[in-house]
Design a protein around this ligand. Structure first.
Ligand SMILES: [Zn+2]
Ligand SMILES: [Zn+2]
Length: 716
């Protein structure tokens, strides 16, 4: 018997291997095969009597697991490989992890309190005391949770074990204790709109239908998700609840975990250990787990009886994968729901333009959730960007502090100054490996490249003209923090960006600090706009959003609008709370701000759709980027030139070919980047053309590495 195997290498073909007649093998099996000088894992995609041309076939080394992928998963794999133009072997790795089959895969473990801890008289240090307190409350904690809660204090846990206060246990025992969580939070009664939305989805629970749950932040979308999941779980159906970035939304995770019996719910994302992943994978396959909260990768679990997929914050760009198979998780969720004939529920306060377009074409039903509890809408003010911040807002800030209300400063750049300029020759200090300028970070006192993380100390003189007159330009989060510290005490200022919050425990701590804030300022980047529910926000001040108004990427205004609406939605979530959103801009007359003032996101989308229609941009057409990367510009230009020549053979009204251009960030990490954009009228033509193009490109001799990005989210 001959089998067709896709191995995890960037090969555009599958390979034939021989299997002895007495060995059982099936399509979808994971196997070990010899490849060049090593042994690789592969996925069996086909079985045949005769090889299609290879002689001296090698034999399969071992069958690792029979039929690991089921028929539906194989269908999905084939679709993705063909649609996104990604080799089968690479696409297959979405469906399994090498680590799943490692014998040495460690059992997950945890820690349990022993009797001696209760009687301990010693005076432990503060940190240790906190950890002991956690154990006193919980009795048993998995290693995962220990890491999460405590920033992984390795020494303390080892000491506690050595001292006999704790003992190590295997994870099954940890879960046994958790299985009896009797304190499941009570269900909240749905309001009329929530109930209507819930009933609409449940009415179609046995067919493929897409819904958009459209409601502003704080309108109670999560309650609808929970109600749907619970009802389907009761009928023994699984529900996948997708979130864009689970590490940014621990509140949601905690909320959900408190609402379901913990043995029936799991999280699935890249932040959990391999052993935990495998365990969750198996429990989803067996049906033991009924609700899964996960990121992109959870789409590729093997579900026993999936009943619905919910995609929260469906507009978020994090759903798009940026390497390997460049898929969009929201679109794959659509495929899976169609395949399984189950409902798909998308949720957002700021739906993507593609989703809204589908609604206008009657392919999606909208379920509206108006703002809850008659909470007052924020007043939105657009201000000319003049004068310094301090004098303008000091009186306002002090007044709010007196009322114990909080303020968000939204600044979309981290660091201190985004740019260091030489005052005499006007050149900027750039990264040696990327075509971007370095950002000055005052904390730590260095210059940093936000593309490749190259770090250097601040030079004393300009490289070009030797002048000493170097100045920092622009305001990053650290600069704003610095300015505010001149007027206010540090306890009142909290910075919320990726430099400050590097791990989950720091995030947890900061959120706790914010929850206890009584009259303070949170300075944050995009991170503050994502799903967090901060209390008592009476003013949101938006700074430095002007760049996006003039981006070359036609998606930029949509992204900016989503960001502005999301961050504005943080204000005044409490009842009877007056709040303001203030935007400082050099261009107060820009139309985009009018939509914001009127809180009319749908109007903005309709306007934006008209613009896109006039250029025939997506969603009226389909875009595909061919990108080339090399240390030499010429390699890229030669390679893309060949692609262009090939594409021109297919010139018709079905395809528009743009010029070869350098990417907006032309160089990253020492490599030049160039791209060629195609625009297609019809998807069927697109898929056919791309598959021919890939065959041609594979025969090109080039030093450039290249990839295709179908439905790109980022044209830079
Ligand atoms: Zn200079
Ligand atoms: Zn760099």
């Amino acid at each position: 018997m001959i089998v067709d195997v896709a191995i995890n290498k960037p090969l555009w073909k599958t390979l034939d291997y021989e299997v002895n007649e007495n060995i059982e093998c099936s399509v979808g099996s994971i196997v070990e095969v010899p490849f060049r000088n090593s042994i690789e894992l592969g996925l069996v995609l086909g079985i045949k009597k005769k090889s299609s041309g290879q002689y001296n076939l090698k034999k399969i080394k071992k069958i690792i697991e029979l039929s690991f992928l089921n028929k539906e998963q194989l269908e999905l794999l084939n679709f993705m490989s063909s649609y996104y133009c990604c080799p089968h072997g690479i696409t297959a790795t979405l469906f399994y992890s090498k680590n799943f089959f490692r014998k040495s895969l460690k059992k997950t473990y945890g820690y349990q309190i022993t009797a001696s801890l209760n009687n301990s008289n010693s005076e432990p240090k503060a940190k240790k005391k906190n950890i002991i307190e956690i154990f006193r409350q919980k009795k048993k904690i998995s290693h995962e949770d220990y890491k999460k809660f405590t920033n992984y204090e390795k020494k303390i846990i080892n000491d506690l074990i050595k001292e006999g206060h704790l003992k190590k246990i295997i994870s099954e025992d940890v879960n046994d204790s958790l299985e009896n969580n009797n304190n499941i939070a009570k269900d909240i009664e749905l309001n009329l709109d929530q109930r209507k939305a819930f009933e609409c989805v449940m009415k179609d629970k046995n067919s493929f239908k897409t819904f958009l749950l459209y409601g502003p932040t704080g309108s109670g979308k999560t309650e609808v998700y929970i109600a749907i999941a619970k009802q389907l779980n009761q009928a023994d159906k699984q529900v996948l609840l997708m979130v864009p970035e689970i590490n940014l939304t621990p509140q949601l995770e905690e909320n959900l975990k408190n609402r379901f019996e913990s043995k029936h719910v799991c999280v699935y994302h890249s932040g959990i250990s391999n052993a935990e992943k495998k365990k969750n994978y198996d429990h989803v396959k067996s049906g033991k787990i009924k609700t899964i909260i996960g990121t992109r990768s959870s789409l590729f679990l093997s579900f026993k009886s999936l009943g619905a997929i919910i995609v929260d914050e469906e507009h978020d760009d994090s759903y798009k994968q940026n390497d390997g198979c460049r898929y969009n998780a929201r679109d794959i969720a659509f495929y899976i729901c169609k395949q399984k004939k189950i409902p798909l529920l998308l949720g957002s306060a700021t739906p993507s333009i593609e989703t809204y377009f589908k609604y206008l074409n009657n392919n999606i039903s909208i379920l509206n959730l108006p703002k809850r509890n008659l909470a007052k809408s924020s007043k939105i003010l657009i201000e000319q960007n003049t004068g310094n911040l301090e004098s303008l807002y000091k009186s306002k800030i002090e007044k709010l502090f007196k009322e114990n209300k909080n303020i968000i400063f939204y600044v979309n750049r981290r660091g201190f100054n985004p740019l260091i300029l030489c005052n005499s020759c006007k050149s900027t200090i750039n990264c040696k490996k990327c075509s971007v300028n370095l950002t000055y970070h005052k904390t730590g006192n260095f210059l940093l490249c936000h593309q490749c993380n190259y770090k250097m100390s601040i030079p004393k003189i300009c490289d070009f003209c030797m002048s000493k007159d170097l100045v920092g330009i622009g305001d990053g989060t650290q600069k704003i923090e610095d300015e505010l510290l001149k007027s206010f005490v540090p306890e009142k200022i909290i910075r919320f960006d990726s430099d400050e919050i590097k791990n989950q425990s720091k995030l947890k701590l900061t959120i706790e600090k914010i929850n206890n804030l009584d009259g303070g300022i949170i300075i944050g980047t995009q991170m503050v706009s994502k799903g967090h529910n901060f209390p008592k926000i009476a003013l949101v001040l938006i700074l430095g959003s002007d760049n996006a108004l003039f981006s070359s990427d036609y998606r930029a205004t949509e992204k900016l609008m989503q960001e502005l609406f999301q961050v504005a939605g943080r204000a005044g979530r409490e009842l009877n709370f007056d709040s303001e959103v203030m935007i400082r801009t050099k261009y107060p007359g820009n139309e985009i701000f009018k939509h914001l003032i009127n809180s009319d996101y749908s109007k903005f989308l309709e306007k934006n759709l008209q613009e896109r229609k006039s250029f025939n941009y997506p969603p009226f057409s389909n875009h595909v980027l061919l990108r080339a990367l090399s240390k030499n510009r010429k390699d890229n230009l030669d390679f893309l030139g060949q692609a262009l020549k090939f594409a021109e053979l297919y010139k018709s009204k079905d395809i528009k070919i743009y010029d070869i251009v350098p990417c907006v960030t032309e160089k990253i990490n020492g490599k030049y980047r160039h791209q060629l954009l195609f625009q297609f009228e019809r998807k069927t033509f697109m898929v056919g053309f791309l598959n021919k193009l890939v065959k041609r490109l594979n025969n090109c001799k080039t030093k450039s590495t290249w990839h295709l990005d179908v439905d790109p989210k980022n044209l830079n």
